[in-house]
Design a protein around this ligand. Structure first.
Ligand code: 4NP
Length: 153
């Protein structure tokens, strides 16, 4: 069983969307015995909270369930997970700065697996509307499919 942890700053917008999409895809592909996933935040501000209402709306529009609440990343996560996938370059620098030496997890951008080559999943938290969340969702679908295509053969 390989484990993937999706990371963003607050764990209420981008990484819960990525986690929900990935969980949906592994179910769809009958890979639930091969892969598991979780998500977490770099910061602790939203610990225990459900995702932002706009993230929940986008997921429900696409009929994808999500029941998680935000948590901050633990130091153990770096050796518990096989992949830690961040959303933007700031996430990656924080993760690499905090990771123990020789940690097990590969720290990568989720967008590295986007077949369209759109590597950065921008933070939509301060946007007025839901469009940034829909765009984040589409990027997560492409990138999670790309990741699974690359790692499941
Ligand atoms: P996320 O978005 O990292 O995609 O969950 C954010 C949510 C909250 C904050 C920043 C980004 N915040 O500063 O509270």
């Amino acid at each position: 069983m390989k484990k993937v942890l999706f990371i963003c700053l607050g764990n209420i917008c981008r990484s819960p969307i990525a986690e929900a999409v990935f969980a949906h895809l592994i179910k769809q592909r009958n890979l639930e015995n091969a892969w598991s996933c979780d998500s977490a935040a770099l910061g602790g501000w939203h610990e225990g909270n459900p995702p932002d209402h706009r993230a929940r709306k986008v997921l429900s529009n696409h009929k994808i369930p999500y029941n998680g609440v935000a948590r901050q990343i633990f130091s153990e996560d770096y050796n518990d997970f096989d992949f830690i996938l961040g959303m933007d370059e700031n996430n990656i620098s924080s993760l690499k700065g905090d990771a123990p030496q020789n940690c097990k997890a590969k720290i990568l951008l989720l967008g590295d697996f986007d077949p369209n080559g759109e590597r950065i999943i921008r933070d939509p938290y301060y946007d007025d509307g839901i469009e940034g969340f829909e765009k984040c969702f589409e990027q997560c679908v492409r990138s999670c499919n790309g990741f699974l295509d690359q790692h499941s053969s």
